[in-house]
Design a protein around this ligand. Sequence first.
Ligand code: 2P0
Length: 346
Amino acid sequence: MSVYQATVSAPVNIACIKYWGKRDTKLILPTNSSLSVTLDQDHLRSTTTSRADPSFDKDRLWLNGKEEPIEPVGRLSTCISEMKRLRAAVEAQNPSAPKLSTFPVHIASRNNFPTAAGLASSASGFAALVASLASLYDLPATPSQLSLIARQGSGSACRSLFGGYVAWEMGTLPDGSDSLAVEIAPREHWPDIHALICVVSDDKKGTSSTSGMQRTVETSALLQHRIAQVVPARMDAIKDAILRRDFPAFARITMQDSNQFHAVALDTDPPIFYLNDVSRAIIALITEYNRAAGAIKAAYTYDAGPNAVIYAPKENIKEIAELLLRYFPQAEPFADPFSLGVDNHG
Ligand code: 2P0
Protein backbone atom coordinates (compact mmCIF):
# COMPACT_ATOMS: atom_id res chain seq x y z
CA MET A 1 0.00 0.00 0.00
CA SER A 2 1.27 3.50 -0.82
CA VAL A 3 2.34 5.90 1.91
CA TYR A 4 1.40 9.51 1.24
CA GLN A 5 3.72 11.68 3.29
CA ALA A 6 5.86 14.80 2.81
CA THR A 7 8.27 16.79 4.98
CA VAL A 8 9.14 20.43 4.27
CA SER A 9 10.89 23.19 6.24
CA ALA A 10 10.23 26.93 6.21
CA PRO A 11 12.44 29.61 7.77
CA VAL A 12 11.64 32.51 10.08
CA ASN A 13 11.31 35.99 8.53
CA ILE A 14 11.94 39.32 10.24
CA ALA A 15 10.10 42.38 8.89
CA CYS A 16 11.85 45.64 7.97
CA ILE A 17 8.52 47.28 7.04
CA LYS A 18 6.11 46.03 9.68
CA TYR A 19 2.69 44.47 9.19
CA TRP A 20 0.41 45.79 11.93
CA GLY A 21 -3.34 45.99 11.35
CA LYS A 22 -6.01 44.07 9.44
CA ARG A 23 -8.76 45.41 7.23
CA ASP A 24 -10.36 41.93 7.18
CA THR A 25 -9.77 39.74 10.22
CA LYS A 26 -11.20 36.53 8.75
CA LEU A 27 -9.26 36.57 5.48
CA ILE A 28 -6.27 38.24 7.21
CA LEU A 29 -6.00 41.19 4.83
CA PRO A 30 -3.58 43.85 6.10
CA THR A 31 -3.98 47.63 6.31
CA ASN A 32 -0.51 48.10 4.78
CA SER A 33 2.04 46.23 2.71
CA SER A 34 5.14 44.89 4.49
CA LEU A 35 8.61 43.65 3.62
CA SER A 36 10.92 41.18 5.33
CA VAL A 37 14.17 39.31 5.13
CA THR A 38 13.86 35.54 5.41
CA LEU A 39 16.58 34.14 7.64
CA ASP A 40 18.87 31.37 6.55
CA GLN A 41 17.03 28.05 6.32
CA ASP A 42 19.89 26.33 8.20
CA HIS A 43 19.41 28.28 11.39
CA LEU A 44 15.84 29.05 12.46
CA ARG A 45 13.09 27.04 10.87
CA SER A 46 9.94 24.97 11.32
CA THR A 47 9.87 21.49 9.82
CA THR A 48 6.52 19.90 9.14
CA THR A 49 5.55 16.39 8.10
CA SER A 50 2.08 15.79 6.68
CA ARG A 51 0.60 12.38 6.06
CA ALA A 52 -2.70 11.47 4.42
CA ASP A 53 -4.23 8.11 5.18
CA PRO A 54 -7.77 6.80 4.67
CA SER A 55 -7.51 4.89 7.97
CA PHE A 56 -7.12 8.10 10.03
CA ASP A 57 -10.39 9.10 11.65
CA LYS A 58 -9.82 12.90 11.55
CA ASP A 59 -7.31 15.66 10.87
CA ARG A 60 -4.85 16.06 13.78
CA LEU A 61 -1.85 18.29 14.53
CA TRP A 62 1.18 18.04 16.84
CA LEU A 63 3.35 21.04 17.63
CA ASN A 64 6.76 20.21 19.10
CA GLY A 65 5.39 16.81 20.08
CA LYS A 66 2.23 18.07 21.79
CA GLU A 67 -1.17 17.65 20.17
CA GLU A 68 -3.00 20.92 19.50
CA PRO A 69 -6.75 21.05 18.81
CA ILE A 70 -7.87 21.95 15.28
CA GLU A 71 -10.82 24.30 15.92
CA PRO A 72 -13.62 23.85 13.35
CA VAL A 73 -13.59 27.42 11.97
CA GLY A 74 -10.09 28.37 13.08
CA ARG A 75 -7.02 29.30 11.09
CA LEU A 76 -5.58 25.76 11.00
CA SER A 77 -8.74 24.24 9.63
CA THR A 78 -9.00 27.05 7.04
CA CYS A 79 -5.48 26.31 5.79
CA ILE A 80 -6.04 22.54 5.71
CA SER A 81 -9.39 22.80 3.92
CA GLU A 82 -8.03 25.30 1.37
CA MET A 83 -5.18 22.91 0.59
CA LYS A 84 -7.60 19.99 0.25
CA ARG A 85 -9.68 22.13 -2.12
CA LEU A 86 -6.61 22.69 -4.35
CA ARG A 87 -5.90 18.96 -4.27
CA ALA A 88 -9.51 18.18 -5.23
CA ALA A 89 -9.09 20.43 -8.29
CA VAL A 90 -5.99 18.40 -9.30
CA GLU A 91 -7.94 15.15 -8.85
CA ALA A 92 -10.80 16.50 -10.97
CA GLN A 93 -8.33 17.14 -13.79
CA ASN A 94 -6.66 13.77 -13.42
CA PRO A 95 -9.11 10.96 -12.57
CA SER A 96 -6.28 8.44 -11.95
CA ALA A 97 -4.77 10.57 -9.17
CA PRO A 98 -5.34 9.10 -5.69
CA LYS A 99 -8.18 10.84 -3.87
CA LEU A 100 -5.95 12.31 -1.16
CA SER A 101 -8.33 15.25 -0.74
CA THR A 102 -10.79 12.86 0.91
CA PHE A 103 -8.26 11.38 3.40
CA PRO A 104 -7.76 12.84 6.88
CA VAL A 105 -4.26 14.24 7.47
CA HIS A 106 -1.92 14.01 10.43
CA ILE A 107 0.51 16.93 10.67
CA ALA A 108 3.56 17.11 12.94
CA SER A 109 5.57 20.32 13.17
CA ARG A 110 8.76 21.16 15.06
CA ASN A 111 10.82 24.30 15.48
CA ASN A 112 14.61 23.91 15.56
CA PHE A 113 14.85 26.95 17.82
CA PRO A 114 13.78 26.96 21.45
CA THR A 115 10.28 28.35 21.85
CA ALA A 116 11.80 29.93 24.95
CA ALA A 117 13.94 32.16 22.72
CA GLY A 118 10.87 34.33 22.38
CA LEU A 119 10.94 34.28 18.60
CA ALA A 120 7.68 34.27 16.71
CA SER A 121 7.09 30.83 15.30
CA SER A 122 3.70 31.34 13.64
CA ALA A 123 5.31 32.65 10.42
CA SER A 124 7.62 29.69 9.82
CA GLY A 125 5.03 27.31 11.28
CA PHE A 126 2.15 28.12 8.94
CA ALA A 127 4.51 28.46 5.95
CA ALA A 128 5.91 24.97 6.62
CA LEU A 129 2.41 23.54 7.12
CA VAL A 130 1.16 24.90 3.79
CA ALA A 131 4.36 23.91 1.96
CA SER A 132 4.26 20.36 3.33
CA LEU A 133 0.62 19.89 2.29
CA ALA A 134 1.47 21.31 -1.16
CA SER A 135 4.22 18.72 -1.46
CA LEU A 136 2.02 15.88 -0.13
CA TYR A 137 -0.72 16.83 -2.61
CA ASP A 138 1.75 17.38 -5.46
CA LEU A 139 0.18 20.74 -6.26
CA PRO A 140 1.37 22.75 -9.24
CA ALA A 141 1.23 25.95 -7.12
CA THR A 142 3.78 28.77 -7.05
CA PRO A 143 5.05 30.16 -3.71
CA SER A 144 2.92 33.29 -4.31
CA GLN A 145 -0.20 31.13 -4.76
CA LEU A 146 0.62 29.21 -1.58
CA SER A 147 1.20 32.52 0.21
CA LEU A 148 -2.52 33.29 -0.24
CA ILE A 149 -3.28 30.29 1.97
CA ALA A 150 -0.41 30.69 4.47
CA ARG A 151 -1.63 34.28 4.97
CA GLN A 152 -4.92 32.92 6.31
CA GLY A 153 -2.97 30.98 8.96
CA SER A 154 -0.95 33.98 10.13
CA GLY A 155 -0.36 37.15 8.13
CA SER A 156 3.42 37.15 8.43
CA ALA A 157 3.56 33.48 7.34
CA CYS A 158 2.91 34.42 3.73
CA ARG A 159 6.38 36.00 3.56
CA SER A 160 8.17 32.81 4.74
CA LEU A 161 7.37 30.94 1.51
CA PHE A 162 10.27 32.72 -0.18
CA GLY A 163 13.90 33.06 0.86
CA GLY A 164 15.71 36.38 0.62
CA TYR A 165 13.92 39.74 0.40
CA VAL A 166 10.15 39.41 0.29
CA ALA A 167 7.21 41.83 0.07
CA TRP A 168 3.64 41.12 1.14
CA GLU A 169 1.62 43.31 -1.20
CA MET A 170 -1.53 44.27 0.69
CA GLY A 171 -3.80 44.12 -2.38
CA THR A 172 -7.12 45.89 -2.84
CA LEU A 173 -9.64 43.15 -3.71
CA PRO A 174 -12.21 42.24 -1.03
CA ASP A 175 -11.69 38.49 -1.59
CA GLY A 176 -7.94 38.79 -0.83
CA SER A 177 -6.85 37.21 -4.11
CA ASP A 178 -4.23 39.94 -4.66
CA SER A 179 -2.93 40.04 -1.07
CA LEU A 180 0.14 37.87 -1.51
CA ALA A 181 3.89 37.56 -1.10
CA VAL A 182 6.33 38.30 -3.91
CA GLU A 183 10.08 37.93 -4.06
CA ILE A 184 11.89 41.27 -4.34
CA ALA A 185 15.30 39.65 -4.63
CA PRO A 186 16.68 36.21 -3.78
CA ARG A 187 19.15 35.89 -0.93
CA GLU A 188 22.00 35.45 -3.46
CA HIS A 189 21.34 38.97 -4.76
CA TRP A 190 22.61 40.41 -1.45
CA PRO A 191 24.02 37.58 0.69
CA ASP A 192 26.20 39.98 2.66
CA ILE A 193 23.39 41.00 5.04
CA HIS A 194 23.37 39.02 8.25
CA ALA A 195 21.04 39.01 11.22
CA LEU A 196 22.13 38.99 14.83
CA ILE A 197 19.36 37.92 17.18
CA CYS A 198 19.53 39.30 20.70
CA VAL A 199 17.27 37.46 23.10
CA VAL A 200 16.46 40.13 25.67
CA SER A 201 13.70 38.15 27.32
CA ASP A 202 12.14 34.78 26.70
CA ASP A 203 8.94 35.66 28.56
CA LYS A 204 5.74 35.15 26.63
CA LYS A 205 4.59 38.53 25.32
CA GLY A 206 1.85 40.33 27.21
CA THR A 207 -0.31 41.35 24.25
CA SER A 208 -0.67 38.96 21.33
CA SER A 209 -0.09 40.41 17.86
CA THR A 210 -3.56 39.42 16.73
CA SER A 211 -5.44 41.23 19.49
CA GLY A 212 -2.93 44.08 19.80
CA MET A 213 -3.10 45.06 16.16
CA GLN A 214 -6.90 45.14 16.15
CA ARG A 215 -6.87 47.45 19.15
CA THR A 216 -4.44 49.68 17.22
CA VAL A 217 -6.75 49.71 14.17
CA GLU A 218 -9.68 50.72 16.39
CA THR A 219 -7.97 53.43 18.44
CA SER A 220 -4.79 54.85 16.88
CA ALA A 221 -4.94 58.01 14.75
CA LEU A 222 -1.20 57.60 14.13
CA LEU A 223 -1.87 54.26 12.41
CA GLN A 224 -4.10 56.00 9.86
CA HIS A 225 -1.27 58.44 9.09
CA ARG A 226 1.20 55.53 8.80
CA ILE A 227 -1.03 53.58 6.41
CA ALA A 228 -1.83 56.51 4.10
CA GLN A 229 1.24 58.73 4.28
CA VAL A 230 4.25 56.65 5.30
CA VAL A 231 4.32 53.00 4.29
CA PRO A 232 3.70 53.30 0.53
CA ALA A 233 6.77 55.51 -0.01
CA ARG A 234 8.83 53.41 2.40
CA MET A 235 7.98 50.21 0.51
CA ASP A 236 9.24 51.79 -2.73
CA ALA A 237 12.36 53.20 -1.07
CA ILE A 238 13.39 49.97 0.66
CA LYS A 239 12.83 47.86 -2.47
CA ASP A 240 15.07 50.30 -4.32
CA ALA A 241 17.71 50.11 -1.55
CA ILE A 242 17.66 46.29 -1.74
CA LEU A 243 17.97 46.24 -5.52
CA ARG A 244 20.91 48.70 -5.30
CA ARG A 245 22.41 46.90 -2.27
CA ASP A 246 22.49 50.23 -0.46
CA PHE A 247 22.96 49.24 3.18
CA PRO A 248 22.72 52.75 4.74
CA ALA A 249 19.38 53.39 2.98
CA PHE A 250 18.09 49.91 3.87
CA ALA A 251 19.18 50.35 7.49
CA ARG A 252 17.73 53.85 7.92
CA ILE A 253 14.30 52.75 6.66
CA THR A 254 14.38 49.58 8.76
CA MET A 255 15.09 51.50 11.97
CA GLN A 256 12.52 54.21 11.15
CA ASP A 257 9.85 51.62 10.52
CA SER A 258 10.58 49.70 13.72
CA ASN A 259 10.38 52.99 15.64
CA GLN A 260 7.07 53.92 14.01
CA PHE A 261 5.58 50.50 14.66
CA HIS A 262 6.39 50.87 18.38
CA ALA A 263 5.06 54.45 18.32
CA VAL A 264 1.79 53.13 16.88
CA ALA A 265 1.69 50.50 19.63
CA LEU A 266 2.12 53.28 22.21
CA ASP A 267 -0.60 55.32 20.46
CA THR A 268 -3.04 52.44 20.99
CA ASP A 269 -5.65 52.81 23.74
CA PRO A 270 -4.82 51.33 26.20
CA PRO A 271 -1.15 51.58 25.14
CA ILE A 272 0.93 48.54 24.20
CA PHE A 273 4.58 48.37 25.32
CA TYR A 274 6.73 45.80 23.60
CA LEU A 275 10.18 47.29 24.25
CA ASN A 276 11.81 47.19 27.68
CA ASP A 277 14.82 49.02 29.15
CA VAL A 278 17.29 46.55 27.65
CA SER A 279 15.66 46.94 24.21
CA ARG A 280 16.01 50.72 24.48
CA ALA A 281 19.62 50.40 25.66
CA ILE A 282 20.41 48.34 22.54
CA ILE A 283 18.79 51.04 20.36
CA ALA A 284 21.03 53.62 22.05
CA LEU A 285 24.11 51.43 21.59
CA ILE A 286 23.51 50.87 17.86
CA THR A 287 22.74 54.58 17.39
CA GLU A 288 26.02 55.50 19.10
CA TYR A 289 27.94 52.82 17.14
CA ASN A 290 26.71 54.31 13.86
CA ARG A 291 27.34 57.88 15.02
CA ALA A 292 30.90 57.13 16.13
CA ALA A 293 31.61 55.37 12.82
CA GLY A 294 30.25 58.32 10.85
CA ALA A 295 28.33 55.77 8.77
CA ILE A 296 25.37 53.46 9.21
CA LYS A 297 26.96 50.07 9.90
CA ALA A 298 24.03 48.34 11.62
CA ALA A 299 20.22 48.50 11.85
CA TYR A 300 18.05 47.39 14.75
CA THR A 301 14.47 46.19 14.44
CA TYR A 302 11.97 44.90 17.02
CA ASP A 303 8.74 42.95 16.55
CA ALA A 304 5.94 42.45 19.07
CA GLY A 305 8.38 41.82 21.92
CA PRO A 306 11.62 43.12 23.48
CA ASN A 307 14.10 41.01 21.47
CA ALA A 308 16.38 42.87 19.05
CA VAL A 309 17.31 41.77 15.57
CA ILE A 310 20.36 43.58 14.24
CA TYR A 311 20.89 43.59 10.47
CA ALA A 312 24.44 44.35 9.32
CA PRO A 313 26.91 43.50 6.57
CA LYS A 314 28.85 40.38 7.50
CA GLU A 315 32.14 42.25 8.05
CA ASN A 316 30.58 44.22 10.94
CA ILE A 317 28.88 41.32 12.73
CA LYS A 318 31.81 40.25 14.92
CA GLU A 319 32.45 43.82 16.06
CA ILE A 320 28.75 44.35 16.87
CA ALA A 321 28.54 41.06 18.77
CA GLU A 322 31.59 42.07 20.82
CA LEU A 323 30.09 45.48 21.51
CA LEU A 324 26.84 43.92 22.72
CA LEU A 325 28.75 41.46 24.88
CA ARG A 326 30.76 44.29 26.43
CA TYR A 327 27.61 46.14 27.50
CA PHE A 328 25.53 43.06 28.27
CA PRO A 329 28.19 40.71 29.68
CA GLN A 330 25.73 38.06 30.83
CA ALA A 331 25.11 37.19 27.19
CA GLU A 332 25.35 33.62 26.02
CA PRO A 333 25.95 32.60 22.44
CA PHE A 334 22.74 31.67 20.66
CA ALA A 335 22.46 28.53 18.53
CA ASP A 336 22.61 30.42 15.25
CA PRO A 337 26.29 30.95 14.26
CA PHE A 338 25.40 34.38 12.90
CA SER A 339 23.33 35.22 15.91
CA LEU A 340 24.01 35.90 19.50
CA GLY A 341 21.71 35.77 22.45
CA VAL A 342 21.86 38.68 24.85
CA ASP A 343 20.03 37.30 27.80
CA ASN A 344 19.37 39.63 30.69
CA HIS A 345 18.20 36.90 33.01
CA GLY A 346 21.89 36.20 33.69
C1 2P0 B 1 5.61 41.62 11.02
N1 2P0 B 1 4.47 41.31 13.21
O1 2P0 B 1 5.46 42.24 9.95
C2 2P0 B 1 4.95 42.24 12.25
C3 2P0 B 1 5.84 43.16 13.00
C4 2P0 B 1 4.79 41.69 14.53
C5 2P0 B 1 5.41 43.02 14.43
O2 2P0 B 1 3.50 40.02 11.70
O3 2P0 B 1 -2.80 37.95 13.49
O4 2P0 B 1 1.64 36.96 14.10
O5 2P0 B 1 -1.40 35.95 12.90
O6 2P0 B 1 -1.80 37.76 11.21
O7 2P0 B 1 1.44 37.47 11.63
C6 2P0 B 1 2.85 39.63 13.86
O8 2P0 B 1 1.62 39.33 13.30
O9 2P0 B 1 -0.38 38.15 13.24
C7 2P0 B 1 3.62 40.32 12.85
P1 2P0 B 1 -1.66 37.43 12.67
P2 2P0 B 1 1.13 37.84 13.02
O10 2P0 B 1 6.30 40.59 11.10
